[in-house]
Design a protein around this ligand. Structure first.
Ligand code: FAD
Length: 510
């Protein structure tokens, strides 16, 4: 390792390598409640430096673990899958290589954050929006895409929008996947949720700013109305009435992401019914047992027609409210009048409008730290937060969604943890559920219970043919590929693109 670090220092300069044990430990801080040791961190700042690092690592047969910004919170943060690997932090490769104003795309490097791209479009007054996730302003765009992450707009299913990748393979050679239509197979997809290369650039589509934009919130008061809600949402998605992703949250999810653990519950489990009551006390915009959010955009006439259709389709299921920029700023200005401070308790009302503004703006590709800063459930300080996302995917059929909900609720019911969940129609025919397991990571019994819950639930779901859409570091070695022959072919590709197995060993493909 010392010899290898010497070679890397010669290639990147002394500030391109960190082997200070205290900092290495800090960098491995995570919400899963796991301990990981890394041998060093390398900070290449160009394509050729990435190639140098890979060739040196191949020579010494040392495993590298690349991250873009390392904000994979709830799935592993910056942690490699195995112990003793070297972290390759690509945060210094933060060039926006091109923004094509005519065709509406950007070519970016891995260190480009949501904030960087958003600010670039804003500062250059470009008529485009990006797609943003809830992962905060400092999260990357490339790392999120390589995890199969998703956002909110019609470009929200990131892995489906991927093209033009520049990749350093395990041999140090460069592969350009190209931009399609073009000749031959499209190789871009094989770099998502795999360990075949280090991606050093990617083409990202941008959304032309629409003539008109409205966000919407659907409030559904009863649990048993989830089935018709799912059916309608998937129908409207299939018919392109809803082109954006729709996120459906239970009241528990709304509660844990906006409030701290309530007084008077003596650390008992807060039920969804109790969460509903706590959320709606003094709130301006009430949530439902299920609350769906999404957005409509296009010409004024198209949005008006889609608004009408959405309202009609949901008339027997829940209430729909629509929000424009104007409407939100009117309420915001109204509530900021100092007179309110004297006449009524406005804190909850202002909180509601802030949450609503966040939902409205994320649909316009405006990244924010709101969701990130708000998770302090069961802990006083973010640094104590234990968080594991459990992310199964099911067909968007009401029966399948209910089956999944029942299985997961049974497992959560045997613990002390609440069951916050969002169901996202990532495509018209697939629903991805994101259940949060939230705990105090400083308590051994909480960590053990959280890990057991993750594994018992994945095992139970598997018995019913339901698998994860994305995995946390916790479970990489247990990944099942339900499709015939896939695991074997992935292993063969790994052997060709990374013959010494030095890139992120164990990540999705073992
Ligand atoms: C409050 C909150 C909200 C969240 N909201 C969302 C959301 O809306 N949507 C969502 O998808 N996720 C969400 N997340 C999960 C997570 O935080 C994001 O997915 C985040 O974008 C991942 O961090 P990153 O972009 O910095 O990627 P990284 O951590 O840099 O990358 C993730 C993984 O991809 C691989 N990788 C990264 N870069 C490269 C590369 N250049 N070459 C090869 N492999 C690479 C590595 O294995 C790495 O571990 C949320 C998390 C929290 C806590």
């Amino acid at each position: 390792m010392a010899e290898m670090i010497g070679d890397v220092v010669a290639a990147l300069g002394p500030d391109g390598v960190d082997s200070n044990s205290l900092r290495l430990r800090e960098e491995m801080t995570n919400t899963l409640g796991l301990q990981r040791d890394v041998a060093a961190i390398f900070y290449p700042s160009s394509l050729t430096e990435v190639q140098d690092v890979v060739r040196i690592a191949a020579h010494y047969q040392v495993a590298l673990y690349p991250v873009s910004r390392g904000m994979n919170i709830g799935y592993g943060d910056k942690m490699p899958v195995g112990q003793g690997q070297v972290l390759v932090n690509l945060e210094r490769m933060k060039a926006i290589r091109e923004v094509n104003e005519e065709l509406g795309y950007a070519v970016i490097e891995p260190g480009v954050t949501q904030e960087h791209l958003f600010q670039y479009l804003h500062d250059h007054n470009l008529p485009f929006w990006m797609d943003a996730t809830g992962a905060g302003v400092e999260a990357s765009i490339i790392g999120n895409t390589l995890e199969g992450g998703f956002g909110h707009t019609r470009l929200g299913n990131h892995r489906a929008e991927i093209s033009g990748l520049e990749v350093v393979l395990g041999t140090g050679e460069i592969l350009e996947t190209g931009d399609f239509p073009a000749i031959g197979p499209d190789l871009s997809g094989i770099f998502v949720q795999s360990n075949f290369g280090i991606v050093t650039a990617m083409k990202v589509k941008l959304l032309p700013v629409p003539e008109h934009y409205e966000s919407f919130v659907v409030k559904v008061d009863k649990d048993e109305l989830l089935e018709p809600l799912v059916a309608q949402m998937s129908k409207l998605r299939a018919e392109n009435v809803l082109t954006s992703l729709v996120h459906i949250a239970n009241a528990t999810r709304s509660l844990v992401t906006t409030q701290t653990f309530p007084q008077g519950y003596n650390k008992d489990r807060v039920s969804c019914e109790q969460a509903l009551e706590l959320m709606n006390r003094g709130a301006l915009l009430k949530v439902g047992f299920w609350t769906a959010i999404g957005c409509l955009s296009g010409s004024r006439r198209v949005v008006a027609a889609h608004r009408h259709r959405l309202k009609r389709s949901l008339s027997k299921i829940g209430t729909v409210k629509f929000f424009t920029d104007k409407k939100i700023s009117r309420v915001e200005n109204f509530l900021s009048l100092p007179v309110f401070d004297k006449v009524m308790p406005v804190a909850r009302l202002r909180e509601s409008i802030e949450s609503l503004k966040y939902i409205h703006e994320i649909g316009k590709g405006i990244p924010s730290n709101k969701a990130l800063n708000n998770i302090t459930w069961r802990v006083k300080d973010r640094k104590d937060l234990g968080l594991i996302w459990l992310s199964p995917v099911v067909p968007a059929s009401p029966e399948k969604v209910r089956l999944m909900m029942d299985i997961v609720a049974g497992e959560f019911g045997a613990t002390n943890f609440e069951m916050p969940v969002t169901l996202t129609s990532v495509t018209h025919d697939k629903m991805v559920a994101i259940f949060s397991i939230i705990f105090d990571k400083n308590k051994d019994e909480d960590v053990a219970q959280a890990h057991n819950l993750y594994f018992s639930t994945t095992a139970k779901l598997k018995q019913s043919g339901i698998h994860m859409y994305r995995s946390s570091i916790l479970a990489m070695k247990d990944i099942d590929y339900p499709h015939l022959g896939k695991k074997a072919v992935l292993r063969q590709i790994k052997g060709i693109l990374d013959p010494q197995g030095i890139l992120a060993p164990g990540r999705y493909i073992s």
